[in-house]
Ligand binder design. Structure first.
Ligand SMILES: [Zn+2]
Ligand SMILES: [Zn+2]
Length: 116
């Protein structure tokens, strides 16, 4: 589970879609604790930074719509509850953008990182 810190234009549709789901998972664990995921490093990274997460999710949602992919939060009753979005400090970046782009470059997917 990972929420990438790179610009979304470098991500393929599949990675973008996965990242969107991960935004929802992290949000849901931080708002309704889940004993299996509470200590996951990606959850901890966003702890106390729900506004930052809310904004990152918005960027992902807009990119999905721009690419004519589905953003069905309303349909699945997944809309992030904005009043809970408190804490707008930036998250800690553990790996440089170049490193993260490198991971996408070796993934078997059409992420357009080569154009970077
Ligand atoms: Zn969403
Ligand atoms: Zn990809």
């Amino acid at each position: 589970m990972r929420i990438w810190d790179i610009e979304l234009k470098y991500m393929c549709n599949a990675h973008l879609d996965m990242m969107h789901q991960n935004c929802h998972i992290v949000w849901s664990v931080l708002t309704k604790p889940n004993k299996y995921l509470n200590k996951h490093e990606e959850i901890l990274r966003w702890k106390g930074k729900l506004r930052t997460l809310f904004n990152r999710h918005q960027e992902v949602a807009e990119e999905l719509i721009q690419r004519k992919l589905k953003h069905k939060d309303a349909e699945f009753d997944l809309i992030l509850d904005e009043p809970l979005a408190i804490g707008d400090e930036p998250v800690e970046i553990w790996q440089t953008e170049d490193y993260q782009l490198g991971l996408l470059l070796i993934a078997q997917c059409p992420c357009p990182v080569r154009a970077a």
